[in-house]
Every structure is written in C-alpha cells, then in structure tokens.
Design a protein around this ligand. Structure first.
Ligand code: FMN
Length: 186
C-alpha cells in the first residue's frame, strides 16, 4: 500500500550539471540539478532569480552545460555552495572556448555543450532558460564505434533532493523501443 507523503516532487534522480557563464569578462560556474529535456532539440535550466550566473545568461544569451564524473563532485558541490557575487569561481574548472561567447566549456567534463538561450519563462522564484545545444563535445573514450555517447561508460553523477545526495548510475537494463515487443509475447 502506498502512503501519501504530500506534494513532494518524486521525480529524482536527475543528472547534476555544471552551468558555465561569463559575467563582466569573468567565467562563473554554478551547480544546477533542475534541468530537463524539451522535445528533441532543447533543454531547460531552472535557476533561482537571485543567482549571479543569471546575469550572464540574460546578457550573453549563451551558456554551457556539462555533465560530471564522480571525481569532480567536490568541485561541483563547491560551485553550488558559494556565489560569484562575492567569490571568484573562475579557476574551479579548466576550460576552453568553443564558438559561442560567454559559454566556457569544462576541459575534463565527459560531455560539455555550448548552448544558445532561445526563451526564458519566469515563475515567482525562478527563471527557466530554454536552451539549444549548438555544439556538444565528448571525451573520445565515451564515444562508441558509431560516434554515439555511451552513457553507461560516462556514468554521469546524479542528484536527489530528499536526502540531498549525489548518486551513481547503474548499468543498462534493456533496449528502448525494443524490449516492449516481448511484453505480450510477440
Ligand atoms: C547539488 C546542488 C544542486 C543545485 N541545483 C540548483 C538548481 O537546480 N537550480 C538553482 O537555481 N540552484 C541550484 N543550486 C544552487 C546553486 O548552485 C548555488 O546557489 C550557487 O552558489 C549559485 O551560484 P552563483 O550565485 O555564482 O550563480 C544547487 C546547488 C547544489 C549544491
């Protein structure tokens, strides 16, 4: 029997991301867990209005989004604890510039995307930035022979809010759009 625990968001875990911006010529990093995929070509970042990072995103209309591996957790947590308002976080991750101004890309991230901001919608406390990836950079060891990202190998760090923990992924369970064909014994 399920127990009703109220209006708790039960949709975790989700990947932790590091979002890179540039404000007044200086790189800033923020830890963002509340991300989503919209359709086949866009993503959404839900970011509290008061964050320093939002200033850069609003101005440049660009941003980078990186997945992280377990060894990056302490640095990722740090950029989620302190604000660029009063702490210089520019040296936390080594970065390179791609094609978009204002979207610094993390050098040792398994996957890092430079994105354009195409829309913003506000809720009372947050700005939801709708972004499209323009270029996606992947460490070669995580690409399979067909040039696809192997997310089992990447094993991106996940986040869950109830116990405020970082989690790891498991392996692959089944092939999508495929295993269902066995359900009715077809
Ligand atoms: C694990 C973790 C997840 C976070 N997820 C989000 C999030 O999804 N949205 C958000 O607005 N802030 C999130 N934060 C908070 C920001 O990362 C944090 O307030 C940061 O210091 C703001 O940096 P800035 O002011 O330099 O932009 C998260 C922090 C941590 C540690």
């Amino acid at each position: 029997m399920q127990k009703n625990i109220g209006n708790v968001i039960g949709m975790y875990p989700m990947p932790i991301t590091i979002v890179g911006t540039e404000i007044d010529g200086k790189v800033n990093w923020i830890n963002i867990a509340h991300v989503g995929v919209i359709g086949m070509d866009s993503m959404m970042l839900s970011m509290g209005k008061a964050h320093y990072s939002n200033i850069g995103i609003r101005k440049n209309k660009t941003v980078s989004i990186s997945l992280i591996t377990a060894d990056m957790i302490p640095a990722a947590d740090y950029v989620g604890l302190v604000s660029g308002k009063n702490t210089d976080k520019s040296d936390v991750f080594e970065f390179f510039n791609g094609h978009l101004q204002g979207a610094p890309l993390i050098k040792n991230a398994p996957v890092t995307m430079e994105c354009e901001v195409v829309d913003v919608f506000e809720t009372e406390t947050n700005e939801q930035f709708v972004v499209k990836p323009i270029n996606t950079y992947v460490q070669e060891e995580y690409l399979d022979e067909n040039g696809k990202i192997d997310f089992v190998k990447v094993s991106p760090v996940l986040f869950e809010m109830q116990k405020r923990r970082y989690l790891s992924t498991g392996g692959a369970l089944a092939d999508c759009w495929h295993i269902g064909k066995t359900f009715k014994g077809e």
